[in-house]
Design a protein around this ligand. Structure first.
Ligand SMILES: [Zn+2]
Length: 255
């Protein structure tokens, strides 16, 4: 076990960017800046696109002046990964930590029957299909989903969920999870991590920090496809997942 733990410490470090709440209504002026930045450093992020945004808060942001779906298709052609981020991004459910990752809080999915979830997710996938965008990656609004969500994703051909604990991508219930631990730009010395960016909340200093982070970690920023290659599930990885889960839950309680 100790030998395996050492192997863990020697493993590759890599960061993948995950952009949340991509929808026709959003702060496009920030998105434009980030797009230029990502292109400059050849960063290929994962875009969490809401197929049918009905979230009133998100709808307050300005609507794009171009064809949203054409833009998504263009970005996909450039190697940016289009992921499905929920269906309508509506929080009609409040869950008490009975979700898959034990976060609790607002949810679009937790507690709904398998069939209801299958319907929501397949309606979302249909919207992408009509725009010629193939969906293989999913992540839920507010990180809240349950086993039925995972099963429905699997049924619909989704291969990966961008969420979960741990330091390496891992398979669970026949879906690949790429861990997503922090809400801020944090560089862990080891492991493959997804870094979540909410452009709608971005300040000027957040943008400057992002640029600095990219310059400092240029060689460690990887694509979704690269991250998938580091999938692994040693016994020590499972132990590390449990430790990180507990530590982050305690941190959230203390916050
Ligand atoms: Zn969201």
């Amino acid at each position: 076990m100790f030998k395996n733990l050492l192997k863990n410490l020697n493993q590759k470090t890599g960061y993948v960017f995950r952009l949340d709440d991509i929808a026709p209504n959003m702060r496009w002026e920030i998105m434009d800046k980030v797009k230029i930045l990502f292109n400059k450093y050849n960063v290929k992020p994962i875009l969490g696109v809401i197929p049918k945004n009905e979230d009133k808060e998100l709808k307050l942001y300005p609507i794009c002046k171009f064809n949203f779906w054409e833009e998504m298709k263009n970005l996909s052609n450039q190697g940016w990964v289009i992921a499905m981020h929920g269906y309508e991004h509506l929080y009609e459910i409040y869950c008490k930590k009975n979700d898959y990752l034990g976060h609790g809080g607002n949810s679009e999915f937790v507690g709904l029957s398998y069939n209801d979830q299958l319907k929501k997710l397949s309606s979302g996938i249909e919207i992408f299909k009509k725009k010629n965008i193939d969906i293989k990656v999913f992540f839920a609004p507010n990180h809240t989903f349950d086993l039925n969500t995972v099963k429905a994703c699997k049924e619909l051909g989704i291969k990966t969920i961008i969420d979960g604990y741990g330091l390496v991508p891992y398979y669970e219930n026949q879906i690949l999870f790429i861990p997503q631990l922090f809400y801020k730009l944090k560089s862990l010395p080891i492991g493959i991590q997804t870094i979540q960016l909410h452009l709608n909340y971005f300040s000027d200093s957040d943008y400057i920090d992002l640029e600095k982070f990219i310059i400092k970690n240029e060689k460690k920023i990887i694509s979704y496809e690269d991250a998938c290659k580091f999938q692994r599930d040693f016994f020590t990885d499972k132990i590390i997942r449990i430790i990180i889960k507990k530590a982050l839950q305690l941190k959230r309680l203390a916050a």
